[in-house]
Design a binder for this molecule. Structure first.
Ligand code: SF4
Ligand code: SF4
Length: 374
């Protein structure tokens, strides 16, 4: 390892990031001490040459458990300054932006404060508030506690479906570009076994176990807290999505319109999902505040907070619509919740939520490369 260049001091230029990641991963590939911790190191060992797409793939396989950093004998203050979670999180952040489709820039983004993500955020909030106000101006009918008494069903449907379609379309384009560059042919996506294995690894949060002893997060002491809280957020989100699907099935298949009783599938799923999201997001924010900032990219840290706070707002406003549905403030609370939903759908490809897509595709790619991995 004598001929390896030493680390660069200070912030890395954009084109130096992959060189720095390559330098650190080359040391890891010679060392191999951490090969049992996660999928990153076995995938690294299968590669004799590390091109930029390989590094992107490895970065998205990393679950930021920090077990390797805690164990590393070459971590700072050693002159090799190996810190895989930090450099891989910076690669992830840069590639999240790079894979988004390049949209034509509207004239108002020439204003400094409207550039980039801040511009998209500002537009999403204005659009959500404007459309929510418009929908509130055309109330429908129904019993007390029904959302359609506040907002007519067609208006509500358009209001939510349009930004949802936008968010899904942008994420799908980004995912296609990511897969094309990191895995090559789209035929690789037809590997059913790889999908099954990736689904199992994602559902069990396998790589948040730090090789078995759990994450070295937020401190060097292994802890299951992050994995459990992450599970609350992930399954809480799925329960909320299930609540919406169940409500649609009740209405459009069974012909039962809202409001639904507390003991019903849509409401019970909504309560479980909302509470899971609230507890999981609050806990992850608390862990993030205690975590060592040296092992993460500052830009990724701010995206972590952004996503967790957005999900917290969605969960709290959603639960309030249930608790307050028979009160005079229901209309205002529902409008706030819908505005939050619309804003989140508009913003979703530009937030850390996109890690769900990239990480799952990285797991599919890895499972296809190593079909024997259980
Ligand atoms: S993180 Fe450190 S201990 Fe682990 S493989 Fe890399 S160089 Fe070796
Ligand atoms: S931080 Fe965890 S998941 Fe990432 S490379 Fe290190 S051991 Fe693997």
């Amino acid at each position: 390892m004598d001929d390896l260049p030493l680390p660069v001091d200070g912030p890395l230029p954009a084109d130096g990031l992959f060189a720095e990641a390559r330098r650190q991963l080359t040391i890891c590939n010679a060392c191999r001490y951490c090969e049992g911790y996660c999928a990153v190191f076995p995938a690294l060992e299968r590669r004799t040459v590390l091109e930029d797409p390989d590094i992107t793939h490895l970065a998205n396989l990393c679950h930021d458990c920090r077990a390797c950093f805690t164990a590393c004998m070459y971590a700072p203050p050693h002159e090799f300054a190996v810190n895989p979670p930090a450099v891989l999180s910076e690669v992830r952040r840069r590639t999240y932006d790079d894979y988004l489709p390049k949209l034509p820039r509207p004239p108002w983004t020439g204003l400094p404060w409207m550039r980039g993500r801040a511009g998209v955020a500002a537009l999403a909030v204005v659009a959500a508030a404007g459309v929510a106000a418009l929908a509130l101006a055309v109330p429908g009918g129904g019993p007390a506690g029904s959302p359609y008494r506040v907002i007519a069903y067609p208006a509500l449907l358009v209001l939510v479906a349009l930004p949802c379609a936008w968010g899904v379309a942008v994420l799908a384009m980004a995912a296609a570009r990511y897969w094309r560059q990191t895995a090559g042919s789209f035929r690789g996506l037809l590997n059913g076994r790889a999908w099954l294995a990736a689904t199992r690894h994602a559902a069990t949060l396998r790589y948040l176990r730090g090789g078995g002893a759990d994450c070295s997060y937020p401190t060097d002491v292994p802890s299951a807290a992050r994995r459990r809280l992450h599970g609350c957020v992930a399954y809480g989100f799925l329960a909320c999505a299930g609540s919406t699907i169940a409500a649609a099935a009740e209405q459009d298949l069974a012909g039962v319109r809202p409001p639904y009783p507390v003991v019903s599938v849509p409401v019970l799923l909504g309560i479980a999902g909302g509470l899971g999201l609230m507890a999981g997001c609050a806990g992850l924010i608390w862990l993030r505040r205690r975590a060592d900032p040296a092992s993460s990219d500052p830009g990724m840290t701010s995206r972590d907070y952004g996503l967790l706070i957005a999900l917290e707002i969605l969960a709290v406003s959603g639960l309030l619509t249930l608790v307050l549905r028979q009160t005079p403030v229901y209309a205002g609370v529902l409008a706030l919740h819908i505005a939050a939903v619309v804003t989140c759908f508009c913003m979703v490809p530009y937030t850390k939520f996109s890690h769900v897509v990239y990480r799952f595709l990285a797991l599919v790619h890895d499972s296809a490369e190593a079909p024997g991995r259980q």
